[in-house]
Design a protein around this ligand. Structure first.
Ligand code: SF4
Ligand code: SF4
Ligand code: SF4
Length: 537
């Protein structure tokens, strides 16, 4: 048989691969660029990608009941999808590119074989979308867990880059061992320059989820895009009227079924009337593989008879169950005592909105954690309840909030952390420092130590020194200068806790009490029941 493969679609396919590479490269460049470079300024960051994401825009607006102006860019993606179908998935989405690349590698390694006929239901992602939407109506933001941009950014920030850093530092060690000190220094300089030496408490779980998402591509090509992605589902719904339709030239078609067998997303190009336009990501694999060049994608304003969603087996009963599950998810995700009484160690980054608004807006992308120069911002596991998993908190033992830094406030894509200048940020109180006298060196050992006072960055200092007398075991009395905290001046930056030389459990520590963003999280409970004037406003 004469090879009649379409040159035009092969060229377009190459263009699509180039487009995916460019967008993935841009994503990686902006992602790596979001770090401290010696000045308190991060230019354009990967958050720009987020503003083009219609799912994040919709869910953030619905769950937080607020319009965030940057999300106007999502209308570009909406318009492109309505006109041209899910081109975002096939040509732009960086997670789509990762899925496609890994599927390709699995295929090359013969771990993934194209099925003769694939009849698995494509409905799960639509149910996930319904779940996320119902949650958002009740103020619950679940989008960040499965939205492709949040998922990829979080995975890169918490797991991929830190693992790369571990590998590079191991390589540095080997190079030193081999006597290539110059090369080893270059490797360690690279780690410093990109600030990728931070590790995260939940990096392991984020890494496991990422590996699972990649590994699933060995089972089905672009598994995530086919079955899990709520953004893909939303774009699929928007694409039902698109102008680019698949056509098969009946005379040229030899009914070999190669197009459907190799379709990346089970859009089922053959036969033409079975094509699910809402599943098609316009990868053009079918058109470029067709041995007779029978497949075309002409512009056509004609409506499809069988529309994309009705081609997917969504059952009303399952949609109802999913809606009920969404309604049940809200109270379940809020099962936490921290809703009633603030969590001791939940120090949110400076500029964070009040807790309920923060949770409704944070998409758990981890960009703030990536940007924090001290590595102090870490993902939450339990402190904010199930709803807060992977949201950021400051862990002073690991890293403090640098006085002359406002980077986390610059990179948040949803405004869960408000943008602040340094001057504004330094007026914000994240919590308050407390002294554990039974561990403080001057108090308990009668020896000199003023480390916390020396490091306190506020002016005048929030830590004063007072003389204390300590009776020692031999009966003598040692008089030393010891810290005394001015709780009104303290901003809870945590540098004192971080630098305290009592290593395992520092003698000075910060808790969230007194944080500016909360009117309730105060040292003394307002037992007047709210009738008297709140004392700490
Ligand atoms: S389905 Fe989702 S992950 Fe896949 S390309 Fe589309 S948006 Fe990206
Ligand atoms: S927590 Fe503090 S040090 Fe870390 S990025 Fe935010 S402002 Fe900077
Ligand atoms: S607070 Fe951090 S994790 Fe949450 S959306 Fe903003 S940058 Fe992402």
């Amino acid at each position: 048989m004469k090879n009649g493969r379409s040159r035009k679609y092969r060229a377009l396919e190459r263009l699509r691969i180039a487009s995916q590479a460019v967008f993935f490269g841009l994503f990686a460049y902006l992602f790596i660029g979001a770090h401290y470079t010696g000045e308190d300024y991060i230019g354009s960051t990967v958050q720009r990608f987020f503003h083009f994401d219609p799912l994040l825009a919709l869910i953030t607006i619905v769950s937080a009941r607020l319009v965030y102006a940057w999300f106007a860019f999502a209308l570009v993606t909406v318009a492109a999808t309505v006109l041209f179908g899910r081109v975002f998935c096939g040509w732009v989405c960086p997670l789509g590119a990762v899925n496609q690349m890994s599927s390709f590698l699995f295929k090359k390694a013969k771990l993934l074989k194209p099925p003769r006929e694939d009849k698995a239901s494509l409905a799960p992602k639509y149910y996930i979308l319904v779940l996320v939407l119902v949650g958002a109506l009740l103020g619950l933001d679940l989008a960040g867990y499965l939205d492709p941009l949040s998922f990829l950014t979080r995975s890169f920030a918490l797991a991929v880059l830190p693992s790369l850093a571990q590998a590079l530092s191991g390589l540095g060690g080997i190079l030193y061992g081999l006597g290539a000190a110059g090369l080893a220094r270059s490797v360690s300089q690279l780690l410093q320059n990109w600030t990728i030496h931070t590790t995260f408490v939940q990096g392991f779980s984020a890494g496991l989820f990422f590996l699972a998402a990649i590994g699933l591509n060995a089972r089905k090509e672009r598994f995530w895009c086919r079955y899990l992605c709520p953004t893909g589902a939303l774009l699929g719904l928007l694409s039902r009227w698109n102008l680019v339709k698949l056509r098969i030239d009946g005379e040229a078609c030899i009914k070999c079924g190669l197009c459907t067998q190799h379709c990346e997303t089970q859009a089922h190009p053959y036969p033409n009337e079975g094509w699910k336009s809402g599943e098609c990501v316009y990868c053009l694999d079918c058109a470029s593989r067709c041995p007779t060049g029978a497949i075309h994608f002409p512009l056509s304003a004609r409506f499809e008879k069988a529309t994309n969603v009705s081609n997917v087996d969504l059952s009303r009963r399952k949609l109802l169950v999913t809606t009920l599950a969404g309604l049940a998810a809200a109270p379940f995700f809020r099962l936490t005592p921290s809703r009633k009484r603030a969590s001791l160690k939940l120090l949110r980054p400076p500029g964070s909105l009040p807790e309920d608004k923060f949770l409704a807006k944070c998409v758990k992308c981890g960009q703030c954690m990536r940007a924090c120069p001290t590595g102090g911002l870490q993902p939450v596991l339990t402190e904010a309840g199930p709803e807060g998993i992977y949201t950021p908190k400051l862990v002073p033992k690991i890293g403090y909030c640098e006085y002359y830094c406002s980077l986390c406030t610059q990179v948040c894509p949803t405004g869960a952390i408000r943008k602040l200048t340094i001057e504004e940020k330094n007026q914000v109180k994240m919590g308050t420092a407390w002294l554990n006298k039974s561990r403080c060196i001057p108090h308990v050992l009668g020896r000199p130590c003023v480390v916390c006072e020396e490091h306190c960055p506020v002016s005048p200092k929030a830590i004063k020194l007072v003389e204390v007398a300590t009776r020692l075991p031999d009966g003598t009395v040692a008089v030393q200068k010891a810290p005394f905290i001015d709780v009104e001046r303290c901003i809870g930056c945590g540098i004192c806790e971080n630098k305290c030389p009592v290593v395992d459990d520092p003698a000075i520590f910060v808790t969230s009490v007194g944080e500016s963003r909360s009117e309730k999280n105060r040292l003394l409970l307002d037992i007047s029941g709210g009738s008297a004037e709140a004392p700490y406003k």
